[in-house]
Every structure is written in structure tokens, then in C-alpha cells.
Design a binder for this molecule. Structure first.
Ligand code: SAH
Length: 360
């Protein structure tokens, strides 16, 4: 983005409507809008200048009015697992976020996007929570994380196949931008990712779960539950004071009823905190009481080294916990996050402001 002034919008923050208006104001035909957006979302180009099927004058006018990307690479790290990659990305105002690419044997390429720089939710076990909220991201800044990875994959003839809103921030606290980005991601004229491959994860902002259920978007919802009872959940997730376990489960059941989609519950396994057989049984009972057990899926995430002085339970304990749930009729899967060696696992994303250094 050499020479592009601060304050210029990114092309992905400009919707089709605004782009058509801009084209009209610059005496360019409206049909260019589709072409520009297709290039911006799908292509491997890294600046307007490379869009060789657009007239040079139009490319110059675009470059003077818009930034090609709202995020720029500061540093990338690759995990020793040979697949997971993490990018530290710089925003136009100098703040930083992280975004993770999680390829899976060439069969899928999932991107984990951030929706906020930092996060206000302060979950006790989460590194991002330690940062506090820096600011909300724009829709373009969310979409441009996917575009960044898409540009990396394009030369290999691969595409981003899945997007999970599980990076830094609480998506439902930045609702409009998160939804607007999701619409661009699933728009056939935008990114064209199947809505069934887009997942929004929330720590349980109940009114916004209900709002999301009304959007008519067949995307997936993941809910970070982490405890079956209010006492434990409040101790590790301050948001639970506002919306307790029963309210979160009830909202999740309403989401399932309204959208006909399954809900995934995430459950970070913390030794001696939420990993007992009794906790598993209570969890199964409550999930069953609020909805059909068959509609729920539980992802057990072993605690990744982070704040709070927690410990990961033993493998036997976690397997036993999963078994109690499965015996009670709940589909539960134990998932080890990849990329822990580069602090790219769940809850490990963190940026220290001013230093542009990812601390681990
Ligand atoms: N704010 C949203 C999006 C974050 S998703 C949400 O809370 O769902 C990131 C997931 O990683 C959440 O389920 C979060 O609770 C989990 N997580 C946070 N810290 C973690 C840690 N140290 N180990 C494992 N998972 C963690």
C-alpha cells in the first residue's frame, strides 16, 4: 500500500451499492463493480495495478480512492506440524490482530478470523481476554483476513473452504460488522463460501444469539459454555453474571429450533475446575432439558497454555469426561488445537500493543 493515505477505505469495506455509485461519479460503467469485487474476493492479485483486465485509468482511480486490503502482513509463523500458519496483521491505524490458517491434508483450508482487536470479555483462561478491548474491526477488516489467506493459497490452486469466527474478540459484540462480513463470505458474487462452512462462535451474548437466529442465514453457531453450573461458569467467564447457563442453553435451543441447524458447544477442559464426571452428567442433563440431545454437539478443547494458572486434565480424565457425555446421548469430541508451538491454538491469540509483537 505504498503511498496510500491513512483513512482511505478498503475495497472490501465498500459494498456493491457504494461501488456502483463511485463508478458513476467517476464516469465508469456500473458493470465494473461486479468485476472489481470478483477480483478483490477471489483473485491472487495484491494491488489494483495487477488487475490487467481493467483499463489502466480505472486502476489508477481505484488505487487513489481505496486500499486493496485493510490488513497488511507484519509477520507470519508456521507451525512445526507443517500445516497451521498464523499471521500477525497490521490495521490501517496501526493496531494489530492475528489470523490463523488451518489446512487439513489438502482437503480443507479453514481460516480462523478475529472480529475485534483484543476482547472485552475477560474469560479467565484466554490470552486475548487479558488484552482488554482495543477496538471493533470493520467488516472489511474481517473479510480481508480471509482474502489474505486466499492470496496465499491461490498460487497452489487452493481456496479457503471454511471460516470460523474463533480468533480474537467476541463476534456478537461486533454484530453488524461480523454479519456483514459473513454475508460477503457466503455471497456467490463475493467469496462464495457455503454458509454451512461458516461458524460464528460466541461466549453467550443471549439477545444477539436470538437476533442471529432471525437473520435467515444458514450459518453455524458455536457457543462457548465451559461449565454446567453458574458458580463455576461465573468464576471463569464474567459474562455469566449477565446471562447464566440456563439462559445460554435456552437461547441455543431457540437457535436450533428457528434455524434447523445444530449448535456446537465448546468446552475448554480445566483440571479440577470443570472436568469431573458429575460436571459431565450435569451438562448432559441440562442440554437435554433445553433441547434435543441429538441437536447438540460438544467440542472438548484441552486447555492450551494461557493465563489463569489452569492446568490441562490428563488424557484419561478428558476421555472419561467425553465417555460420560457420550453415554448420556451427547455427541462429544475431544479436539487438540493445532499450532500450539506458535501460540495459534484456541485462546492463545494475543498482541502486545505498540510493540507489534505476538507474546506467548
Ligand atoms: N469470543 C468467542 C470467540 C472466541 S473462540 C467465544 O468465546 O466463543 C475461541 C475459543 O477458544 C472459545 O471457545 C474460547 O473459550 C476458547 N479458549 C479460550 N482460551 C482457551 C485456552 N487457553 N485453551 C483452550 N481454549 C480456549
Amino acid at each position: 500500500m505504498k503511498g496510500v493515505a491513512k483513512g482511505i477505505p478498503s475495497i472490501s469495506d465498500v459494498d456493491s451499492h457504494a461501488l456502483v455509485a463511485w463508478l458513476r461519479a467517476h464516469a465508469e460503467p456500473a458493470y465494473r463493480a461486479k468485476q472489481i469485487r470478483r477480483h478483490a474476493m477471489h483473485g491472487a492479485a495484491s494491488e489494483f495495478e495487477e488487475l490487467s483486465d481493467l483499463p489502466k485509468t480505472l486502476r489508477e482511480k481505484l488505487a487513489a480512492s481505496f486500499r486493496w486490503s485493510a490488513v497488511e502482513l507484519e509477520r507470519e509463523e508456521a507451525s512445526a506440524d507443517g500445516e497451521t500458519r498464523k499471521a500477525l496483521l497490521r490495521l490501517a491505524d496501526g493496531h494489530h490482530i492475528e489470523s490463523v490458517l488451518m489446512p487439513h491434508h489438502g482437503a480443507r483450508n479453514a481460516v480462523c478470523v478475529s472480529t475485534q482487536a483484543g476482547c472485552p470479555m475477560a474469560c479467565a483462561f484466554c490470552a486475548t481476554g487479558e488484552m482488554g478491548l482495543v477496538r471493533n474491526l470493520t467488516a472489511g477488516e474481517i473479510v480481508d483476513q480471509v482474502r489474505y489467506w486466499q492470496r496465499e493459497l491461490a498460487p497452489r490452486g487452493e481456496r479457503v473452504s471454511h471460516v470460523v469466527y474463533m480468533g480474537m474478540g467476541e463476534p456478537l459484540n461486533n454484530y453488524d460488522a461480523s454479519l456483514s462480513a459473513a454475508r460477503t463470505l457466503i455471497d456467490p458474487n463475493g467469496f462464495g463460501i457455503s454458509p454451512r462452512r461458516v461458524t460464528i462462535s460466541t461466549c453467550g451474548v443471549v439477545p444477539k444469539i436470538d437476533e442471529l437466529a432471525q437473520e435467515g442465514l444458514p450459518i453455524n453457531l458455536a457457543v462457548s459454555l465451559h461449565a454446567p453450573d453458574d458458580r463455576t461458569r461465573t468464576a471463569i467467564m464474567p459474562i455469566n453474571r449477565k446471562w447464566g447457563v440456563e439462559e445460554v442453553l435456552a437461547a441455543s435451543a431457540r437457535y436450533v429450533k428457528r434455524t434447523k441447524r445444530r449448535v456446537t458447544f465448546e468446552y475448554v477442559m480445566l483440571a479440577g475446575v470443570n472436568d469431573s464426571d458429575a460436571a459431565a452428567r450435569e451438562l448432559a442433563e441440562k442440554i437435554g432439558r433445553h433441547g434435543r440431545k441429538a441437536d447438540a454437539h460438544l467440542n472438548l478443547i484441552p486447555y492450551n497454555p494461557g493465563p489463569g494458572g489452569f492446568r490441562r486434565p490428563s488424557a484419561e480424565r478428558m476421555e472419561r469426561f467425553a465417555k460420560v457425555l457420550q453415554d448420556a446421548g451427547i455427541a462429544a469430541t475431544l479436539r487438540i488445537s493445532k499450532g500450539q508451538d506458535i501460540a495459534a491454538g484456541c485462546g492463545q491469540l494475543k498482541v502486545s500493543e505498540g510493540k507489534a509483537a505476538a507474546t506467548t
